[in-house]
Design a protein around this ligand. Structure first.
Ligand code: FO1
Length: 306
């Protein structure tokens, strides 16, 4: 079964990794949000792409989910000592990724070319594609003004109250090469348990700018479990936007798009309120085994869909 997974950062990367463990590499394409990308210290940083690629390569920091395992922090400590910005934690190995990405982008290579080469170097055998080669920048509209995503997320610790979102550059963005082709030849799309507002919506909005025909099976896995997010501000965003955070709210967010919805066992009582087929299973991916188990369960669920 050919699968396209839509993924943001840490939660998305975990399920993408599970899918990569159970599918032949030629049957999985991961399309990754680039709305979180930004320029920092003169470098082009693509946090979600790196999180997905490091995770698939087995190089990710297992505790944080982002950045590299066995990392050292000498460069950023020196930036701090010199009076530079140190709020975005760039490890020494990770910095190598950003230096080389920046060099290649400045040479004129596209983000998808760079991503393909990096995946090859890291031994990632599934296809990982940025959603677009053109810059799309997620802006979080808050009570403290409009904030670039990493400014809101990392620098201000998601503290400002969210009023809405904007995706600057969307009007000029096209799906990256390979994105439309992967979706057209896919049997199903899996929307990973990533933040619907700021990780999945940017990808969907870029796809909407093309005339791509979506496959009949589109399944989303809820990133909200028991009213809370495993990681990140999704639940806080729902609350601030006047919506009670729940798996039900996530299913409604994707209303009209999905043919199936996956929610956690702790939310089993919400399943009857969801008007499409549901799978109730353990969605909390604490271990590598959990990732593969959830991936297997999602694939079996897709096979049962009409
Ligand atoms: N997230 C943090 O909460 N704090 C950081 O200092 C931080 C640094 C960082 C460096 C490289 C990278 O690829 C990701 C990093 N992240 C950090 C994660 C990232 O900003 C977010 O998880 C995503 O943008 C949200 O999907």
């Amino acid at each position: 079964m050919k699968i396209v997974a839509l993924a943001g950062g840490v939660g998305g990367a975990k399920l993408a990794h599970g899918l990569a463990q159970v599918l032949p590499p030629q049957d999985l394409t991961v399309i990754v949000n680039t709305g979180d990308d930004f320029e920092h210290l003169g470098l082009s940083i693509s946090p979600d792409l790196d999180t997905v690629c490091y995770t698939l390569a087995g190089l990710a920091n297992f505790e944080t989910g982002w950045g590299r395992a066995d990392e050292s922090w000498n460069a950023i400590a020196n930036v701090k000592r010199l009076g530079g910005p140190d709020w975005f934690n760039l490890g020494d190995q990770d910095l190598g990724t950003h230096l080389e990405r920046t060099r290649r982008l400045r040479e004129g290579q596209s983000l998808s070319q760079v991503t393909r080469d990096f995946c090859q170097a890291w031994g990632v055998d599934v296809t990982v594609l940025p959603m677009s080669n053109q810059p799309v920048r997620t802006i979080v509209e808050t009570d403290q003004g409009d904030l670039a995503f990493q400014e809101y997320f990392v620098h201000r610790h998601c503290e400002p109250q969210v009023k809405g979102f904007r995706f600057d550059g969307l009007d000029q963005a096209e799906p990256a090469p390979g994105v439309v082709e992967a979706i057209q030849s896919a049997d199903a799309i899996v929307i990973c348990p990533s933040n619907p507002w700021v990780s999945v919506d940017p990808i969907l909005k870029v796809l909407q700018r093309s005339t791509v025909q979506m496959p009949r099976s589109i399944v989303a896995v809820s990133p909200i479990i028991g009213g809370q997010t495993v990681k990140g501000p999704a639940a806080k965003m729902y609350t601030e936007l006047g919506i009670q955070p729940s798996a039900l709210a996530v299913s409604e967010h994707y209303r009209g798009l999905l043919s199936g919805f996956v929610l956690d066992e702790v939310d089993a009582d919400l399943a009857p309120q969801i008007p499409i087929p549901t799978l109730v299973t353990n969605t909390l991916m604490k271990s590598l085994t959990d990732r593969a188990a959830l991936a297997r369960a999602v694939l079996h669920f897709i096979e049962t869909l009409p």
